[in-house]
Write a new protein. Structure first.
Length: 292
């Protein structure tokens, strides 16, 4: 199995702030099992404040179980990908389509978690997306609904600003400040994966100002019910302890994705990676069998 990273242009440009209507180059980790070609890859899109690094272990497991390439992307303004505005779902989806074109990918299975799930749904519904690009759609714990994000997301941005303005010199100092805003140590640890040392000061690799300005946009969705549909195989995975997919927005999702199924995990927004992996593997393999 080969694990590789593309780290040239995107890494050099990650600290530049760009305003552009054209796609940006996305940073990627790719895992290709030995003897496997490019056909039918799995692409993974992380959520808000996440990165491709969060998916490394699962990506290896997916590649092993599915015997197909797995590409985990850093979306714009996350990880090592460029910092760019606008941070809309349409622009982020176009970034992903451009990545697929650059790497000659087709018949992909596209998995998106949370914000990445809305990017994936936008890509599927966009009429400009090449018809041969998408084979399966997997959406993890998010619905195609519109509404303001929970207040804690704004508070995370505020906490990150405070950490940078305080010019802390250690992760411990950053942790102390963040604990004033978030009590859950797992969420704090997740947010601090974005923290890096920069000349003896701790800074965030993500552009806090851009994300702060984009919070309302991240709560939106670019299409109205019934306006567009994607009729390919679609899996929604709902955490029973999470509110992001609920009895009100499941029928809404069905209007966009008429061939969807919903599976549940006894989990919140983040947990149960092994059980989640099995749901995704079973779904992709089942649809693979139907096309043989």
């Amino acid at each position: 199995m080969i694990v590789s990273r593309f780290t040239n242009e995107a890494r050099r440009s990650a600290r530049r702030f760009i305003t552009t209507s054209t796609p940006v180059h996305l940073e990627v980790d790719q895992i290709i099992p030995h003897g496997v070609g490019k056909n039918g890859p799995l692409l993974i899109l992380h959520g808000l404040f996440g990165s491709k690094r969060n998916w490394l272990s699962l990506s290896k497991a997916f590649a092993k179980d599915l015997q197909r390439p797995v590409y985990s992307l850093d979306l714009r303004n996350h990880g090592a990908s460029p910092h760019a505005e606008p941070m809309t779902y349409t622009s982020m989806a176009l970034d992903v389509v451009q990545f697929c074109k650059q790497h000659s990918l087709s018949d992909i299975s596209l998995l998106g978690h949370s914000m990445g799930g809305k990017v994936a749904m936008t890509l599927a519904l966009d009429p400009s997306t090449p018809k041969e690009l998408l084979q399966n759609l997997i959406i993890a714990d998010i619905a195609p609904s519109k509404g303001p994000l929970s207040p804690e997301f704004t508070s995370y941005v505020d906490a990150m600003r405070k950490i940078e303005e305080s010019e802390v010199g250690s992760r411990k100092e950053a942790q102390d400040i963040l604990s004033e805003y978030e009590q859950d140590p797992m969420i704090r640890a997740f947010l601090l994966t974005n923290l890096v040392s920069d000349h003896h000061r701790m800074k965030f690799r993500i552009p806090i100002d851009i994300i702060g300005r984009s919070i309302s946009e991240i709560g939106s969705f670019p299409y109205e019910p019934g306006e567009k549909t994607w009729e390919g195989p679609t899996l929604f995975v709902k955490g029973t302890k999470s509110k992001y997919i609920n009895s009100k927005n499941i029928p809404l999702a069905k209007e966009y994705f008429p061939n969807m199924v919903v599976e549940t995990l006894d989990a919140g927004h983040w947990e149960r990676p092994n059980e989640f992996k099995q749901l995704v593997v079973d779904f992709i393999k089942a649809n693979e069998d139907r096309t043989l």
